[in-house]
Ligand binder design. Structure first.
Ligand code: SF4
Length: 446
């Protein structure tokens, strides 16, 4: 990917910090902060309110000092799903907002950035670290920010399934790992000749794999796998549903019925069985509700297939954001994805007379659902960002926040299990290969 392309990906989000707007809807409990971060959390919690007028002078004290000291050697990153106005704050301090594909490329594309601080979830930081240059250091503002898709497709769960399938299908088996996986699972994909994919390029990657006549294990999102099969013309009878999480790791072909084994043998695509709770709530009836009221409905493909089929369009975070940017005054959009993203999209849309609603926010008790944000990503807030950057400036960055490719993180405690340098070299080689294949496939026809 050329530097020019990367620059184009990073247009400013267009979001503005408005006077009096709430910086954070909810404060995190004090004991959720790691010890080193507590003094900063104390200062933050003592501020009179959460408006920019109170919060920004406090943040400026630390972040402007770090910007002055590091200059372009410091790169702040955040994902569009970040709540607590982190998106706007990161941009205020010269940082960049992106989806998971664009984030993964940031270390590699910005060789001058020695210190990369990411406010998002662990798999994104791990992908940045996997593609980083040797002199770059990657940090995450909260090591306990995980992703449920990743958590139900850990290496110790996926690896036995891969072994099981390889024993039966040999080199015909190829793993495609969604970006929402650890580096170790991406390495499993790389080792089978497979690739990583994101929701934006999953169709291209799937078609690349199908063209080779491979039998594909798609990990971890069963909904996205089903949607991509639909986009790619893989009939339901050529798909097989494997288990997810621990169940997926314990599934054995020898224990299957003859009928199940026959379906597995006939399958082109084997879907790992995880899903994201933020996206599984979307129903076709919600699409009909908003469409009947004049809304164009756009959904993220981690949503269930019937909802994707009912919608007017489906695509990645980048696709959804671009649709809001392109919408004309008077248009109405109902968007099915993560709640903070929709809130940010609504703020952008309002500036130009476009109305945006969250697909699940239906004022009718019959629907019994409401849109929600990604709870794990929301574990990043202003004190986490301030503490991380300030401690880095002081040379006291906690080891728990330092992301080294191939780490396994316990999302409950934030503890890290690191690989030895030799083990890491093997994992990084394969994970990088899978990421590079994705980049090559994605950029080929762009
Ligand atoms: S919204 Fe779902 S898929 Fe995305 S990071 Fe959060 S848990 Fe993971």
């Amino acid at each position: 990917m050329s530097t020019r392309t990367v620059v184009q990906l990073f247009r400013n989000s267009g979001l503005r910090i408005e006077p009096g707007m709430p910086i954070c809807q909810v404060d995190l409990p004090f004991d959720w902060y790691q010890e080193e971060f507590k003094p900063y959390a104390e200062e933050y919690l003592a501020l009179p309110d959460r408006t920019p007028e109170s919060v920004l002078p406090w943040m400026d004290r630390y972040l402007l000092a770090a910007q002055k000291e590091f200059g372009p050697r410091l790169l702040l990153l955040a994902h569009y799903y970040m709540g607590g106005e982190i998106v706007k704050l990161v941009e205020r301090y010269g940082g960049r907002i992106a989806d998971s594909y664009e984030l993964a490329l940031q270390a590699r594309s910005n060789a001058g950035a020695e210190f990369i601080v990411e406010s998002a979830v662990h798999f994104m930081a791990d992908a940045i670290a996997t593609l980083a240059h040797p002199h770059q250091q990657v940090y995450i503002t909260n090591p306990r920010a995980g992703c449920t898709l990743e958590m139900y497709a850990k290496e110790h769960q996926v690896a036995p399934a891969v072994e099981e399938l390889q024993a039966r299908y040999g080199e015909q088996l190829m793993v495609i790992a969604y970006m929402n996986t650890s580096g170790r699972v991406k390495a499993l994909a790389g080792a089978t000749g497979g690739a990583v994919c994101t929701s934006g390029n999953a169709k291209k990657v799937m078609q690349w794999a199908l063209a080779q006549g491979k039998k594909i294990l798609f990990v971890p999102d069963r909904n996205l796998a089903e949607v991509v099969c639909w986009w790619s013309g893989v009939a339901p009878e050529r798909q097989f549903q494997w288990g997810g999480g621990e169940e997926g790791g314990q599934q054995r072909i020898a224990r299957m019925s003859a009928e199940q084994r026959a379906r597995l043998d006939a399958a082109q695509v084997i879907r790992w069985g995880s899903s994201c709770g933020v996206h599984t709530i979307f129903k076709p009836a919600m699409v009909e509700y908003w469409r009947a009221r004049g809304y164009r409905v756009l959904v993220h493909p981690e949503s269930p297939l019937p909802t994707v089929q009912a919608a007017d369009g489906a695509g990645s975070t980048r696709y959804l954001w671009a649709a809001v940017e392109a919408a004309k005054a008077g248009e109405k959009l109902a968007i099915a994805t993560e709640g903070h993203f929709v809130k940010n999209a609504r703020a952008l849309a309002r500036q130009k007379g476009v109305e945006v609603v969250h697909l699940a926010d239906i004022p009718d008790p019959a629907f019994q659902a409401m849109g929600c944000g990604c709870a794990t990503m929301s574990r990043n807030d202003p004190p986490h960002l301030v503490a991380m950057v300030d401690l880095l400036r002081k040379g006291k960055a906690p080891d728990a926040n330092k992301v080294i490719a191939g780490d396994v993180v316990d999302e409950t405690t934030g503890a890290r299990e690191r690989l030895s340098p030799t083990e890491r070299a093997g994992i990084v080689t394969h994970a990088r290969r899978a990421l590079d294949r994705m980049i090559e496939i994605t950029e080929r026809n762009n």
